[in-house]
Design a protein around this ligand. Sequence first.
Ligand code: ZN
Length: 415
Amino acid sequence: MPEVVFSVDHDKSMRDQAVPGHNRWHPDIPSAATIKPENLVRIESKEWTDGQIGNNDSANDVRDVDLDHNHMLSGPFDIEGAAPGDLLVVDIVDLGPATQTKGDNCGEGWGYSGIFAKVNGGGFLTDYFPDAYKAVWDFRGQECTSRHIPGVRYTGIQHPGLAGTAPSPELLSRWNKREQALVDTDPERVPPLAIPPTVASALAGTADTEIAARVAQEGARTVPPREHGGNMDVMNLTRGSRVYYPVYVDGAKYSVGDLHFSQGDGEINFCGAIEMGGFIDLHFEVIKGGMETYGVTHNPIFQPSRVEPTYSEWLTFTGISVDHRDDTNLYMDATEAYRNACLNAIEYLKKWGYTGEQAYLILGTAPIQGRLSSVVDIPNACCSLFLPTEIFDFDIRPGGDGPVKTDRGQVAVTS
Ligand code: ZN
């Protein structure tokens, strides 16, 4: 049994744990534990919003969620021997949903996925889906189903959405400066272009009042991925994978959280994975001077796991960098091209009786694959979305008698 170096009582807020975690990136957050590289350790994790979303049939909690709390991270952990310039090698040995069995906390047999309202974070398709919706998923071993989206069953590829090392003071100040410069280009935009440090609901682990106040003022929000890793949302970081993180401070100060039961490439609805509280078992090593030796100065590299769902049949949707609403050509815009691949898939799924919201949540949560098919053929980038046809309990492919449109209900909506 791995040694538990960070434990979580899912009945309590992260603030009220014996050792609380944190929700900002800052080098001064005190370490929650020191880990020897040769030890296998277990880290328990709260669901990312700290339990604001319930197992029910209303999306009011997604609409009203307070995003100043996110993401609830376990850590930071000092890894013995790690120093700036090293690479931190992290083996993801195992992970899974919360093992408490009362059933009412996220992760205890269930998880959820949400579409966020445009006024509260939005998502990849927020201009097309501006309101809040939710689907609750039930777990059975590696599989999940949802009463809100009948006709699909996935084998999940479980992974931490968010993990990384702490920034140095210098790196943190660069993040804050460049993100503020981006916000300043369009300060009134909804949703905002980036989220500057936010004092409200900042949590700095075991920091004293003075340090906690500084972390709240300066700490980077956990929403974007950055040089140190962070919210990369790579579904392939599952059990059996090995990740190499740049180290910027003594001890590395690694943190992890935002565990997902299943997610597709792109995590397109922002809260796009099936979110859960749970545990993750890790083993650490340090490659001294590895950042310089291997040229890993910006962003982690990783070796994917040999474990993944064995879907072999796909229906693939493509998209190009044109805004089809007014037939405007964008130049080589891969984001717009992937958005169109998603919208094309949603229109197709609607022909089978799914609502647009159900289809959107399928693409966010199922193990779809997104690819950059071409980024050189001016003026249109082309992206493609591979949808596994075996997740449906009916034949979703074109041909035969055409789509049989069935009433498939609707996801949870707001009142
Ligand atoms: Zn997440």
